[in-house]
Design a binder for this molecule. Structure first.
Ligand code: GLU
Length: 293
């Protein structure tokens, strides 16, 4: 279901307050802002702070400060994901009722050791589009009784989507509408490569994939403008939207700003941080120039 055509476009910038914004965020935020203005659309700001161990109020304040300094404005109230965990839990529950999720008990360390042993024996372990190892299928093979026993014994666990079952349930090829190259093209969805993605963690009651599709639908987002680093994640998002009966925005994945080393900018890199550039005397116009706008 395409997000309502004919209504005023709704854009969103959705940073995570786990570090300071850099030039790559400036490109995303300004593109969203400018596209909303050009189309008489609305711009929302969403704080994606489900990772309570890494997100802080200080970083959230810095996001507001940097965006205001860039001259951007957005609608209030700002949605803060950590205040809406029940919404994501309800979506997870729906997927559970469809028998598409399972409790995953392997720790990060256990997965790492398994992959390491496999690769040391010269066998390649499948990697997802972000180069992380695909989750092993041990937990998928456990009986319901064993799952119940482990959970009752207090073993920490996440919830994962059974990707093959989910694809089979949708039962037809999916696409998404992409405008990143200027004109609209249909891109074939291919979530298989992600394996059984995580939907909620033992230390965070939701995951990026789950909360982003719930919120985009709930906030009536018609256009998702974000970096090309999230291009492949869109396959997972379209699959979840289809399973949950959520609306489908148009996607626009923009070029990434690279550092001097040719790699994607990181939040820990000081020199391309917006606050550091401001303190060094840069103006918002300098930032626009520097990111090629
Ligand atoms: N919160 C994500 C990030 O900071 C962006 C999510 C999105 O735009 O879909 O990378």
């Amino acid at each position: 279901m395409l997000a309502t055509p004919g209504q005023n476009p709704v854009f969103r910038f959705a940073p995570s307050p786990n570090g300071l914004l850099h030039l790559g965020h400036a490109l995303s935020a300004i593109l969203n802002h400018d596209m909303a203005q050009k189309s008489s659309g609305r711009l929302l700001l969403r704080i994606e702070d489900i990772d309570l161990t890494r997100c802080t109020p200080d970083y959230e304040e810095a996001i507001h400060r940097d965006l205001r300094w860039l001259g951007l404005s957005w609608e209030e109230p700002v949605r803060r994901q950590s205040e809406h965990f029940p919404d994501y839990a309800a979506a997870l529950e729906r997927l559970a009722e469809m028998d598409l999720v399972y409790p995953a008990f392997l720790t990060r360390g256990e997965v790492k050791a398994r992959v390491g042993a496999f690769e040391a024996a010269g066998r390649p372990w499948p990697r997802d589009p972000d180069s992380s190892p695909v989750y092993p299928d041990d937990d998928k093979r456990r009986s319901n009784e064993e799952r119940r026993r482990l959970i009752a014994a207090g073993v920490r666990h996440a919830w994962r989507l059974d990707m093959q079952k989910a694809i089979a349930m949708v039962g037809r090829p999916l696409t998404w509408r992409e405008t990143g190259d200027g004109s609209q093209v249909m891109v074939a969805v291919n979530p298989t490569a992600w394996g059984d993605v995580i939907l909620s963690r033992s230390d965070a009651p939701s995951s990026y994939h789950l909360s982003v599709v719930v919120d985009d639908a709930l906030q009536g987002i018609t256009h998702v403008v974000r970096g090309l680093d999230l291009y492949h994640a869109t396959s997972v998002h379209r699959l979840l939207q289809e399973l949950l009966g959520l609306t489908e925005p148009v996607y626009h994945h923009h070029r990434l700003i690279l550092g001097a080393d040719g790699r994607k900018l990181s939040k820990s890199e000081q020199s391309t941080g917006l606050a550091a550039l401001r303190q060094a005397g840069a103006s918002p116009a300098d930032i626009r120039r520097r990111i090629g706008l």
